[in-house]
Design a protein around this ligand. Sequence first.
Ligand code: ADP
Ligand code: MG
Length: 364
Amino acid sequence: VTVRADSSSKRDKGRRLDPSLLSTGRSLGSGSFGECYQGSLQDPETREDVPVVLKRVRARVAGAEEMHEAEHLINVLANKAAGEAVAPFLGYALVETPVGRLTKGLWLVWEYEGDKTLAYYLKRRDMERCLAADLGVDEEVAVATAMKQIFECLVALHKVGIIHRDIKPANIVFDERRRRFRLIDLGAAACLRTGTNYKPLETILDPCYCPPEEYVLPTDAPHLGDAGTRLRTVMTPLLWSQHKPDCFDTYSAGVVLMQLSLPFLRTTSSLRTFNGALARCNHDLEEWRGRSGLPARQTAILDANDGAGWDLAANLLRPRRVVTDGDGGVKFLDTGKAPRLTASQALKHAFVRSAGGARPKVAA
Ligand code: ADP
Ligand code: MG
């Protein structure tokens, strides 16, 4: 028996789909890195149309091609290892001859989960009621339940070495069939185990949800992307325990918790103002709270259960480490304070536990 080094994860691209089985419908937006459509995929055997999401890179954007490739590989990895956490990746299609909106290039295809992302709920005045109805839980625990599901998704991704890096309401989709939230858009995700899409100096982030340290690992940490598989097997766990790269995502989740809890934080401009104010308080949420003079009627979700929400948010929004700016590099230094919570620690927090353990019924 010959045992070969396993490089299959690098090459595994998932199922290749025949472009003639795909059709595009309404646009789901075109971010700076791609174009996204709702559409359908015809099952070659049953001939039934399955609702899907199709995404293609916009070739004009410098660097986007490579990111798209990375998004492809990360989706294969995430689906295999953390399938519950992300929208099911159905495969890819290489379009040679354009047909309508299916322009030439590489298309990635996912199962269509439903019309609502968390951004949709945040826009609604009756957010808690909507969220509770869709999740199948009581209104009082709607936010806690949504946060619980987000943390469960993060735990699953982090367990296999993937940092999402773009956690925000538009990238958290409500899976209508299973009645739960899942993560989408792995375009900025990095896998520290395989080195996929991990470049130490690269930041491709939404500033509204980005933690103050900005990087997954200190910029002077050994380069995981360049390291061979064997070296990474040793390095990744070491770097992980030393720097907690997963806490990049839990900061973003902390911002999401604040938006879900405080109605006035649901617009981009108010979120920007909040981020600036929090930074001026050295990311001490208690201090921000003291200065903000918020009326009690706005803070009910965070106040409940002896202020459990405030405590969770404060422990997610802490600086991971103090950021120093010596030679243009970023170092993470210990602040001496309690560290930012990981996703699995957050799941054990009283606020999240108030959601209870019952899983909503899955619609037939
Ligand atoms: P972008 O790189 O443009 O941000 P996303 O992967 O975030 O691309 O997709 C854009 C939008 O399309 C999402 O915000 C969401 O509204 C919708 N979307 C993406 N994937 C799915 C999915 N699997 N099911 C339902 N809607 C989706
Ligand atoms: Mg997105």
